[in-house]
Design a binder for this molecule. Structure first.
Ligand code: ADP
Length: 636
């Protein structure tokens, strides 16, 4: 019985693009079919070791058959095959993640990425008028034939096939001279041979094809006799097993893009081989940009795990620590036994040791990049810095020592990122803390009133503009013995002794006024005091010991915000500002009015800090009233 089925909507759209492809590198269809065949073999091999229902093959391989008369090419494998249901779910629909992301790009008509991305099976329709898949799975008694012209439907029918595995036949389209499309060339032995070399040389299983050979001529007059012979076309050496000097950058980049579904070359590549007690090769990549789901729960970190060139796990999460979870790549170790189950593998001591090596390697590579190629490191840091900072904060700081030298900050003095070590190096000797200032961006931080005193002292402060920064610094607490200090809690550091005395005296002199303001703002601030660190600003709001205003703001935004965590607010006044003189006059003249002015001051401080006014209507009414009163007085 032949069943006819519709492709899923997204598949149809993708197929439509393939069928009408204006993409010039149609040749990649072969690479895609071979790579699927190779994956299918890996799957069967793996299942044969772990699932009693699956029998392995004696010898695994991929076979390419050309038929010039029928204008067809067939790629055969003895991999895992597909059941009837799998034919529907795997070939009739577009699967998750990779293909979806690809599809979104494709909708933007970015056709060039077809070549860089594993578009998979459907790419066959770039060159085929019909594709026939004959397949048998070890999980099914029956074999099936899937057929489609790539338009709207496909058919599935039972068929006869002895061996487990899949044969995919491409019936090539007629050549199209008008558009200079020569499909016939894919029938040529030489072309196929070149394509396999170019794209699939490292495939771990032999790719065989019958090729024509010339017999050696006995004498010159005789026509050369030909015979056919099956040859293996690929060298089968995985790219990471080849001597480093023989691999060029482009090959590595192509390998990365294909294996890890990226559109761009990697930002950084590490190829390392270790021999000794522990023997392994690792090929690691840092993507230029975090993958689209990097910051979602769905993102899974991990490296591919191979043993002697055979893949045993698609993603092993033990191999990379959380704080380097952006690293993609693979590890191949002969020390790992193939037969152990995954659970066992998780706890494997060898694996843990490899993981620890890899972590050190990544760290040293990053440190090297930071030192020798700052521009590149900045690019890296802008993409992944938040992950490093989170790594410092995470697990109560268990990893902080590994990461503290990798984080960088812009500062009040520098638009370039600097490390903590660099900060210490250039700070004046008498400065006893690492200062930081928190805000939305550099501009808003630099406009904070507390900046005046910092500038005066010639000190520098790190700019904290990301939410994670403050969490991180709570855990870090100090660097090389020098404590971190929020600029807002650093009053006494920034003001010299003489000035402090001066302020103390002024506080005594104006005790009554301060008390009156404090009383007026009793439900809003913890304290009202004079400050020596304000120069131009009349007033500012700071936090006392404990929670800072910024942390309070972050915590408030949390879905389950902790109860009762509030920063202690302190209103600081600039005793040398005209406004303070005005306040004294008001206080002397009409004590009741002080409350009005206090409220105005408080709201002004809120505005400077980037908060909104608590009761805008009341604030505005008060303003109007005071202005009217002032004008009356003036008119007098
Ligand atoms: P991808 O390989 O990225 O998953 P493809 O469109 O190339 O996407 O293939 C879709 C699915 O079809 C594969 O994941 C696999 O399950 C199945 N498939 C394709 N080719 C073969 C094959 N030769 N043998 C077994 N299964 C295959």
């Amino acid at each position: 019985m032949v069943k006819t089925k519709e492709f899923q909507t997204e598949s149809k759209k993708l197929l439509d693009l393939m069928v009408n492809a204006i993409y010039t590198h149609k040749e990649i269809f072969l690479r895609e079919l071979i790579s699927n065949a190779s994956d299918a073999i890996d799957k069967r091999h793996h299942l044969a070791l772990t699932d009693d229902n699956v029998e392995g093959a004696e010898e695994y391989g991929i076979f390419i058959e050309r038929d010039e008369d029928k204008r067809s090419i067939t790629v055969k494998d003895n991999g895992i095959g597909m059941t009837e249901n799998e034919l529907v779910s795997e070939l009739g629909t577009i699967a998750e993640s990779g293909s979806k992301a690809f599809f979104e790009k494709l909708e933007k008509k970015d056709l060039d990425i077809i070549g860089q991305f594993g578009v998979g099976f459907y790419s066959a329709f770039m060159v085929a008028r019909e594709v026939v898949v004959r397949t048998r799975s070890p999980y099914s008694e029956k074999a099936f034939e899937w057929k489609s012209d790539g338009k709207a439907t496909y058919t599935i029918a039972e068929t006869k096939k002895e061996d487990i595995g899949t044969d995919i036949t491409i019936h090539l389209r007629e050549d199209d001279e008008e558009n200079e499309e020569n499909y016939s060339e894919y029938l040529q032995e030489r072309i196929i041979r070149d394509l396999v070399k170019k794209y699939s040389d490292y495939i771990r299983h032999p790719i065989r094809m019958e090729v024509e050979k010339e017999e050696e001529k006995k004498d010159d007059k005789e026509e050369a006799k030909t015979y056919t012979k099956v040859e293996t076309l690929n060298s089968m050496v995985p790219i990471w097993k080849r001597p480093k000097t023989e691999i060029d950058k482009e090959e590595l980049a192509d390998f990365y893009k294909r294996e890890f579904h990226d559109f761009e070359d990697p930002m950084h590549t590490v190829h390392t081989s270790v021999e000794g007690l522990l023997t392994y090769t690792a090929l690691l990549f840092i993507p230029k940009k975090p993958p689209f789901d990097f910051y979602s729960e769905k993102y899974e970190k991990g490296l591919k795990l191979y043993s002697k060139g055979v893949m045993i796990e698609e993603k092993n999460e033990t191999l990379v620590p959380d704080h380097f979870r952006f690293v993609k790549g693979l590890v191949d170790s002969a020390d790992l036994s193939l037969n152990i189950s995954r659970e066992m593998l998780q706890h494997d001591r060898q694996l843990k040791r490899i993981a620890s090596h890899i972590e050190k390697k990544i760290k040293s590579e990053l440190a090297k990049m930071q030192k020798n190629d700052r521009e590149k490191y900045v690019e890296f840091f802008e993409a992944y810095g938040a992950i490093l900072k989170y790594g410092i904060y995470d697990k109560f700081g268990a990893e902080k020592d590994k990461l503290k030298d990798l984080v960088m900050f812009k500062t009040t003095k520098s638009d370039d990122y600097i490390t903590l070590a660099e900060y210490l190096e250039r700070k004046p000797d008498e400065q006893k803390a690492i200062y930081y200032a928190t805000g939305k961006d550099k501009e808003s931080i630099l406009s904070q009133p507390q900046m005046d005193a910092l500038k005066e002292k010639g000190y520098e402060a790190l700019l904290f503009t990301e939410e994670i920064d403050e969490f991180m610094v709570q855990i870090l607490a100090e660097y090389e013995g020098v404590p971190f200090k929020s600029l807002k809690q650093a009053e006494s550091d920034l003001v010299d002794e003489e000035r402090k005395k001066d302020i103390e005296n002024k506080e005594k002199d104006h005790g009554k006024l301060l008390k009156a303001i404090k009383k007026a703002l009793a439900d809003k601030v913890e304290d009202v005091r004079l400050s020596g660190r304000l120069q131009e600003a009349p007033v500012c709001l700071v936090a006392g010991e404990g929670l800072s205003l910024e942390m309070e703001r972050i915590l408030e935004k949390l879905p389950d915000k902790p109860e009762g965590v509030k920063a202690k607010r302190i209103l600081e006044l600039n005793p040398d500002h005209e406004l303070f003189t005005a306040l004294q006059k008001v206080h002397a003249k009409d004590k009741k009015k002080v409350a009005d002015y206090a409220s105005l001051l408080y709201n002004q401080a809120l505005l400077i800090e980037g908060y909104s006014i608590e009761d805008p209507k009341a604030f505005s009414d008060l303003m109007v009233r005071l202005m009217v009163e002032a004008s009356k007085e003036e008119a007098g």
